[in-house]
Structure formats: C-alpha cells, structure tokens
Design a protein around this ligand. Structure first.
Ligand code: HAM
Length: 435
C-alpha cells in the first residue's frame, strides 16, 4: 500500500476499515487543548505541593469490596455507577470511582498511619463512573485530590479548603463559590437522622422520596423539585443539632477561613454523594456550568479508616474536577496557557544541513532546550509555516552554503529578525537568549 510522504495512507484504504471512536462520555484531550489540560491539572496540584503534600500513585482498579464499603452501599456511585467486572481469575474488581477509599487502603497497607501524623498526600488521574453523559458529566473524569489523615484539627480542615480555593484562583478562575456545612459526628448525627426521618415520614411524599427518606434522609433536603423544597422548608437542619464538639469544630474552621481570607457561604442543606463524610463538608460551585456545577468537593471522613480495618484515625480531603475546571475557565472566557510545545524549531535546507541540524537539536535538548525540526523535506515555505505554528521563539535556518561557511541563521519568529551566528556557538547563544 502506497503511503504519502507525510505518513497518511492514500485515500480509499481507510474507507474500508472500521473507524473507532472514544467510548461514550469519555473526553480526549489532544493538542492544543491537552496543553491546557496539563496546565490546569498542574496548577490545581501545585497549590497542594506548596503545603507539603506528597504524591501518591494508586491502582486504577481495586477490589470491589473496598469501594462498596468505603464509599457506601446505598450511594448512587456504588449502586448504579461503578465499572465492575470479574477479571480472568474471577475476582470482582472495579475501576476506581473516586480516590479516598484507595488512599486509605494504601495508607493502612503500607503502615503510613504509624509514622508522622498527619499523613498528607495528593494525587491526580482518571476516575470512572457510569453516569448518563452530558455536558460536564463524563464516564472517565479527571480529578486532583488531597487527603490529610490522622489529625482532627479545624486548622487542617481550613488548610485543605484553602488549598482548593488557591488552586482555582491560581488559574484565574473567579466565578465560583465555596459552600460549607457540618454533617455532625457520631454523637449527634444518629439522633438528628431520626428527628429528620420523623419529620419526613409525616409529609405526603411520593414513594421514591419516602424510600430515600428511609435510606438517606439527608438526600431529601437536597431535592431540587419545587414541591419537595416547599414541603421540607421547615425541616430540622443538622447545623441546629450539632453536638458541642462538632459545633465548636465547625466554628473554628470558619474562623480559620476568615483569617485566611477564603470566602464561603454556609449551606446547611448541602448533601454529598458519598457516605463517609462527617463534620466539615464542602463544595465548590461554579454557576457557568449548568446542571453539573460542582467543580470540587470534599470533607472530613473520621470513621472511614476504622471502617476499612485500620486504626480509628480521622481524615479530611477533597477532589477537584479537572474537566469541569476547564469548562469553568472556558465559561469565564479565560485561557490557561501552558508552555509552548517547543522553544526552537529547526529548518534544514539541504541534506547535509539536515544531518547537522539533527545533531544540533540533540545538543540543545541535552542543554534542556525544547526543540523540534521540520521533517520530511517539505521545502522552505512549509518548514517556516511549521516553525510559526510550533509556538517556538526561534527558528534555526541552515542551508548547505551556511554549513560551508560555518554559520547558522537564528530567526526570532515574533519579529522576523534574523541573524547569522557561528555554528559552534549556537547552543550557548540560544541558552543565553532563552533564560
Ligand atoms: P466528588 O464530589 O464525588 O468527591 O467528586 C469530586 C469532583 O469530581 C466533583 O466536584 C466534580 O468536579 C468531579 N466529578 C465528579 N463526577 C464527575 C463526572 N461524572 N464528570 C466530570 N467530573 C466529575 C470525591 O470524589 C471525593 N473522593 C472527594 C474527597 C476526597 N473527599 C474527601 N477526600
């Protein structure tokens, strides 16, 4: 089969083979958007690095039981959204729907909880939820997360929240708000739950909502339907029934946020989709995103480690949605520019020149300079166009005659200025100009 010079197969062949597309609800990030993806992900995680969080890299699939037990058997995530399958050894495994359960498993397994506390960890990567795809809701979603384990200190809650806030702001995002509440602890939540159920069971609820009130009554308070909202307007709220300890903790968190200058709105009806939360719980909401407005969320999960067979240590963390952060930036008309693909672009005008430029590119890369070349003998016009498109600052233009004279052209692409310099000084010269 004949191939064209640029690597594309001749027309005709491709029509006869099956074309594949990415699975439904799964975004690809290809250049140039992929550079923004990397910049956004790194910007969000950069804020965590500034506060001493160490990287943790975890399996993308785990024992199904870990998520069922960690995330909660009655949550939508576990009952409806997990990618669960039997592997060839007939073990039930699940593509991770979230990061916290896996982090806790690894902390217990590697005994990190027996060292210095808090254990502060951060991660990024893909997570998988079989949700109905729509704008901002994907089946493979990307998160940046942090977890701080082993110290129950309101100042740590505030640190975690401030990191997320700083991460979004470092990207230039402004149109979001932080909603925060306390879900109480095991000395006050069970009593509150009963109180709320009593209230809800006395209402004229439809069957589905009544069932929800039995399994997870807090969910009913988050119902978006007007009639349910009206019916539950006077429902008792967790915030009014906190134990003294939980109340004191929440007030201190808010005090620290005030001191840190992190704005927030207390939303006593907030409900999170995962069961492990206790005390401080929060969500970052962006109004430019339509229905999928949560760009990040998290909270305390003081019972999770014990539930997964570890010591009874507390924890707090968040997960920020990288995909949704990109959509939020787009909604605000902001572009996060990553570094250009290369800084120098080589344009060889002849075979000997090409050999020399290939070698010079190697030397420049060894000196830490990002270099690309025009391949495929496209001619000077095409090569200069490629140089312009590459985002490089300089083009190196080398003809066979230059080679004989021992010089090379250095063209500043933004201005068009071109200078001829001795060939053997090119690495030092570009190194100096690119600092
Ligand atoms: P989560 O609220 O389920 O929390 O997810 C965190 C963020 O991931 C959401 O705010 C959203 O931005 C993004 N996200 C979730 N599902 C999707 C989806 N289908 N498509 C696009 N983006 C999505 C957690 O996962 C917890 N593990 C966070 C945490 C860490 N809590 C304590 N530590």
């Amino acid at each position: 089969m004949a191939e064209q010079k640029d690597g594309r197969q001749a027309a005709g062949q491709q029509d006869r083979v099956t074309r594949f597309s990415a699975p439904k609800g799964v975004p690809d990030y290809v250049p140039p958007a992929s550079a923004e993806f990397v910049a956004v992900r790194d910007g969000l995680i950069g804020a965590a690095r500034l506060a001493g969080y160490g990287h943790i890299e975890l399996p993308v699939f785990e024992d199904t039981g870990l998520f069922a037990r960690g995330v909660g058997e009655s949550t939508d995530v576990v009952t409806k959204e997990m990618y669960t399958f039997a592997d060839r050894g007939d073990r039930s495994v699940t593509l991770r729907p979230e990061g916290t359960a896996g982090v806790m498993r690894a902390v217990i397994e590697h005994g990190l909880d027996r060292g210095q506390l808090p254990v502060k960890l951060c991660y990024s990567g893909p997570f998988f939820r079989y949700e109905r795809p729509q704008a901002g809701r994907y089946r493979q979603l990307q998160q940046v997360g942090v977890e701080a384990i082993g110290v129950d200190d309101p100042a740590l809650d505030a640190e975690v929240i401030a990191i997320a806030d700083a991460g979004f702001r470092s990207l230039g995002l402004t149109g979001f708000r932080l909603e925060i509440t306390s879900l109480g602890d095991d000395t006050c939540r069970p009593q509150y739950r009963e109180l709320l159920q009593q209230y809800l069971f006395a209402l004229d609820l439809d069957e589905d909502t009544r069932r929800r009130a039995e399994i997870n009554p807090l969910r009913v308070l988050d119902d978006k339907r007007k009639e349910v909202r009206e019916m539950t307007a006077a429902a008792p709220l967790m915030l009014d029934h906190l134990s003294d300890t939980a109340k004191g903790h929440f007030e201190e968190v808010l005090g620290h946020l005030d001191a840190l200058g992190v704005p927030y709105t207390v939303n006593p009806r907030m409900v999170r989709g995962l069961d492990y939360y206790t005390k401080t719980t929060f969500e970052f909401v962006h109004d430019g995103l339509g229905a999928q407005s949560g760009i990040g969320g998290g909270g305390r999960y003081d019972g999770l480690m014990a539930q997964l067979g570890g010591q009874p240590l507390s924890g707090i963390g968040f997960g920020l949605g990288v995909d949704r952060t990109m959509l939020a930036l787009e909604a605000e008309g902001k572009v996060v520019v990553g570094p250009a693909r290369c800084e120098v672009f080589g344009v060889p005008l002849g075979d000997d020149a090409k050999r020399t430029l290939v070698a010079i590119a190697g030397q420049l890369r060894a000196a830490g300079i990002r270099v690309d070349l025009a391949y495929g003998g496209r001619g000077v016009k095409g090569a200069m166009k490629a140089a312009d498109r590459s985002g490089a600052r300089f083009a190196l233009v080398l003809g066979d005659r230059d080679l004989e004279e021992g010089v090379i052209g250095v063209k500043e692409l933004a201005t068009g200025d071109q200078q001829s310099i001795p060939l053997d000084t090119v690495v030092a010269e570009l190194g100096a100009r690119l600092v």
